[in-house]
Design a protein around this ligand. Structure first.
Ligand code: CAA
Length: 258
């Protein structure tokens, strides 16, 4: 598939996805969501990719939210569909990937942009980043998982404050509340993400995919996360990665998971 709004590059087992609508601060319109969904599905099947880094093309923006111009004339039915298709086709897809996804937050991460970062497994922000949920200033609420994933990450009290005030916070504040894992200068952002990605790449991809499933089970209603962990832990013992990892330990060498 040819992409108009995203740039995909694969290097050393890392897939870099750059959202590229700089004129609109990378706002997520329908076609960008469709393209992202398609590329993410293809990456998940590509065994040569072990980690994804998502970032924004515009120096001042990661993603400035869902495309307000596109949905401004929507009715109730269209609004509900916008939210549901976003959840189903992109945000849940990222959260449930078999490989870790790192959001490199290089500027504004607002509304749907912050929701994209929160659906990712790891978030690194540059010092100029501004994060927030301005939806209530527009007469809507976060619709791509923000009301659910924000309290999971920062707790209910801070989530209430961020969503009801619509106020943007700095990267430093985001670090203090646990919304991002690390903050660095903009010029070091990709290197910082790559450092994490390269550590991930050295580990068992099978174990990583099971670890993602098990952590996610903690937040799925009706799912017993401890039971999921027991099952997934057990299933590791039948894998070549387990054989290689334990053998490498005994032989005092680095495991080879290629
Ligand atoms: N949707 C559509 N277009 C957007 C956009 C968005 N979310 N954010 C920015 N743009 C466009 C602007 O309209 C402008 O285009 P024009 O020149 O054609 O008018 C261009 O990007 C540049 O933006 P600004 O001139 O506004 O840039 P700025 O530096 O003055 O301000 C900003 C930057 C504070 C981020 C401001 O653009 C802004 O407030 N954007 C909207 C942020 C927002 O409300 N996001 C939440 C969207 S709703 C949502 O995401 C719902 C959901 O959960 C599903």
């Amino acid at each position: 598939m040819e992409y108009t709004n995203i740039i995909k590059r694969i290097n050393n087992k890392i897939c870099y996805l750059t959202i590229n609508r700089p004129k609109f601060l990378n706002a997520l319109n329908n076609s960008t969501i469709t393209e992202l969904s398609s590329v993410i599905k293809s990456i998940n099947k590509d065994i040569s990719v072990r980690c994804v880094i998502i970032t924004g093309s515009e120096k001042k923006a990661f993603v400035a939210g869902a495309d307000i111009k596109e949905f401004s004339s929507f009715n109730k039915k269209q609004g509900k569909l916008l939210s549901k298709s976003g959840h189903d086709n992109l945000f849940n897809l990222i959260e449930n990937l078999d490989i870790p996804c790192i959001a490199a937050i290089n500027g504004f991460a607002l509304g749907g942009g912050l929701e994209l970062a929160m659906a990712s497994h790891i978030r690194i922000a540059s010092t100029n980043a501004k994060l927030g949920f301005p939806e209530v200033t527009l007469g809507v609420i976060p619709g791509y998982g923000g009301t659910q994933r924000l309290p999971q990450l920062v707790g209910k009290g801070i989530a209430f404050e961020m969503i009801t005030t619509g106020k943007m916070i700095s990267a430093e504040e985001a670090l203090n509340i646990g919304l991002v894992n690390k903050v660095c200068n903009q010029e070091d952002l990709l290197d910082t993400c790559e450092e994490i990605a390269n550590r991930i790449i050295g580990n068992s991809p099978v174990a990583i995919s099971k670890a993602i499933k098990s952590i996610n089970a903690c937040y799925k209603s009706g799912v017993d996360g401890f039971k999921t962990e027991i099952e997934l832990f057990g299933s590791c013992f039948e894998t070549e990665d387990f054989e290689e990892g334990t053998k490498a330990f005994m032989e005092k060498r680095k495991p080879n998971y290629n």
